[in-house]
Design a binder for this molecule. Structure first.
Ligand SMILES: Cc1ncc(COP(=O)(O)O)c(C=O)c1O
Length: 418
């Protein structure tokens, strides 16, 4: 080994505290098992991620191809989104919720709502600032605050009135007061929903205690049995205190396209625009053009997609109840959030239970503990496989659990309980 080589091997990379203080990613274990099984050729039914498996509408794809053929569409685009895309998002707000937005100052396009959400946290939060997040939490809601050097208080969302009174209590007792409230309805993972009055209360609390609000409205387009998830922005005064993020990932089956929007308070929208101006050069223009077509011409398909999820919900919830699980069917969103049934719940933690279903039942689900301590004891099942595969998943789960109760020694011991 020469002198240069020995110096190279000693060189250490010290990443920033911003990276090292991030909480561990708990789905890594399940993802690794899933990957190994798939590589071994196992046909795993994957209800883990909320990654839509149906394609976008044909005219949207055709528009993308047509726009990609235009040589004028290959340069850097506007990092805030082209005007017509922002205008189309504002038009959708008016059509669906009666909310009037100025597309110039109150709407911004993001590279998926996750990017916009993360950069909004960076624009609003800093050392010493605290955000209230829902518990259980979509991990992004915590990680983005932590990356922005802020702290997090998580409050349980299971009961809407309790959640509201806990927000008030936290504001009365925490010093300095929370700077930001993050909410998300229909909620991932718990599928909790609200009615419009809830947002009126949120605005009242925000004004009273002086916190800003971000509403993550990712599942706006997926609702069942006639329920219409309300927009936060339709509450009077909402734009005084906050913004709302929407996405084309879920209802339009365009998750890989990375199209989302931030709308509402113009100062917050501007702050996000400032950060984005430093970080990115905007979305590939043909994607923006095709996204306009999707919003303008494929609303009927978005409704139909909801019906597909509703049928899947019925199949999965019906099947799980038949095998004895206590499942409450969600009225919106892409997930079924269900307690681990007894005797398993008393015998093992959620991660072990989910690992067992995957290893021995070939069904991947998300363990609730991946969504924070409030998720322990629950599983999240995404409605991303078709009805037949969902029926098959229930059969495989049933078979897996029956073989375990029949005295299989692979049953994890009580020592693994948290
Ligand atoms: C609650 C919630 N917000 C945001 C996102 C991210 O959406 P996007 O694809 O627009 O970044 C997801 C995706 O799973 C989600 O569940």
């Amino acid at each position: 080994m020469n002198e240069n080589q020995s110096h190279e091997s000693e060189f250490e990379i010290h990443v920033s505290e911003r990276v090292t203080r991030l909480p561990p990613y708990l789905f890594g274990h399940i993802n690794n098992v899933l990957y190994t099984k798939r590589r071994a050729g196992d046909d795993v039914i994957d209800l883990g991620m909320g990654n839509p498996s149906d394609p976008p509408q044909a005219p949207v794809i055709e528009k993308l191809i047509e726009a990609a053929r235009d040589p004028n569409n290959h340069g850097y685009s506007n990092s805030l989104g082209i005007k017509n895309l922002r205008r189309e998002s504002a038009a959708k707000y008016f059509r669906n919720y009666g909310v009037r937005l100025d597309p110039e100052s109150e709407v911004i396009a993001c590279l998926g709502s996750k990017e916009g959400f993360s950069h909004m946290c960076l624009a609003l939060m800093g050392p010493g600032d605290t955000a209230i997040v829902p518990a259980p939490y979509f991990p992004v809601h915590v990680h983005t605050v932590v990356l922005a050097a802020g702290g997090v208080i998580s409050l349980e969302v299971a009961d809407n009135d309790t959640f509201l009174s806990n927000i008030a209590y936290t504001c009365q007792h925490l010093f300095p007061k929370p700077k930001l409230l993050i909410i998300n309805y229909p909620h991932n993972p718990s599928s909790a929903t609200v009615d419009p009055h809830f947002f009126v209360e949120i605005v009242r609390l925000a004004k009273r205690y002086g916190f800003m609000v971000i509403h993550d409205f990712a599942y706006a387009d997926i609702a069942f049995d006639g329920y219409l998830p309300p927009s936060f922005l339709s509450a009077p005064g909402a734009s005084d205190v906050g913004v709302e993020f929407t996405t084309m990932s879920k209802g339009y089956n365009m998750a890989g396209w990375r199209v989302g929007f931030c709308a509402g308070n113009p100062h917050m929208v501007k702050a996000l625009g400032t950060i984005k101006g430093y970080y990115d050069y905007g979305m590939f223009q043909p994607i923006q053009i095709a996204a306009i077509v999707a919003m303008r011409h494929t609303e009927a398909a978005v409704e139909e997609q909801s019906t597909i999820y509703q049928r899947r919900r019925d199949v999965l919830c019906g099947g799980l109840s038949r095998i004895g699980w206590k499942v409450t069917p969600p009225r919106a969103g892409m997930f079924v959030w269900v307690p681990v049934p007894e005797p398993w719940k008393s015998r093992m933690n959620t991660m072990d239970f989910a690992t067992m279903l995957l290893q021995q039942g070939d069904v991947a689900v998300s363990p609730g503990s991946g969504f924070g301590p409030a998720g322990e004891g629950y599983l999240r099942l995404a409605l991303v496989e078709n009805e037949n595969r969902l029926r098959q998943a229930v059969r495989q789960i049933d078979r897996c659990l029956s073989s375990q109760t029949a005295g299989n020694t692979n049953l994890p011991s009580q020592q693994t309980a948290p």
